[in-house]
Design a protein around this ligand. Structure first.
Ligand code: MN
Length: 231
């Protein structure tokens, strides 16, 4: 095979206890999936169906070891969102809630890094969120823990500190839409494929970071990630 231009590199994540790596296909993100975060964003938490936005595969940053992300251009309000990440192992469409977890390869800790000023400007103008959410290196993700090794966590403390100071603290039990429900709903609209990631939404406490800040995110049972913002 000869390519007309250099082909894009396939982003990959490490897998706990394994040599093989998890290839990142698409990154689907759930909006407003914790009630307290919905309220801090000025919206009523509700049981409207979950909604999704996407990040490109090259948003993924392997944060197994200490990682860095560059402060992105065109923002003065660069926010952290700590999230439970679901790694899809088996594709499918119209997946029933009951069988949804069979499609999960594993789970990881991740950050949905956000240019909040650009996102809110787009939201208020009825424009797409792309410039706020969908940019390179905006999704640091830690080691993927296989479901066959750790099961399917439904409650676990989720937290983020910046320079050692608490910013976000909640429990994944507070997800408005469960992992199973997110998979089932998304698969009605898009055939899921192995390698897809689903970022399940962030709890309250989102806030800005600046160059030099060290973010430490953790979910009980999935370890932690340490990500520093560089110039
Ligand atoms: Mn998010």
């Amino acid at each position: 095979m000869q390519y007309a231009v250099p082909p894009p590199q396939l982003p990959t994540l490490s897998v706990a206890g394994r040599d093989e790596r998890f290839p990142v296909n698409r990154i689907f993100c759930v909006g407003r999936n914790y009630a307290a975060h919905a309220r801090e964003m000025g919206k009523d938490p509700d049981r409207d169906p979950p909604f999704f936005f996407m990040k490109p595969a090259n948003a993924a940053v392997d944060a197994t070891q200490k990682a860095t992300v560059p402060y992105p251009p065109k923002t003065a309000n660069y926010h952290h969102e700590i999230e439970l990440v679901v790694a899809i192992g088996k594709g499918g469409r119209d997946i029933p809630v009951d069988g949804a977890l069979e499609h999960v390869y594993g789970y990881a800790v991740g950050l949905d890094m956000t240019r909040r000023d650009l996102q809110l400007e787009a939201r208020d103008k009825g424009r797409p969120w792309e410039f706020g959410k969908s940019f390179a290196l905006s999704a640091p993700v830690g080691t993927v823990h296989r479901a066959q090794d750790i099961g399917h966590p439904s409650e676990a403390a989720i937290s983020l500190t910046v320079n050692g100071q608490p910013r976000q603290a909640s429990d994944i039990a507070k997800l408005i839409w469960s992992v199973s429900e997110c998979i089932a709903h998304l698969s009605e609209y898009e055939t899921l494929e192995p390698g897809d990631l689903i970022m399940t939404g962030t709890p309250e406490g989102v806030n800005a970071v600046v160059t030099g800040d060290e973010m430490r995110g953790a979910i009980h049972g999935l370890g932690e990630i340490v990500v520093t913002v560089t110039a």
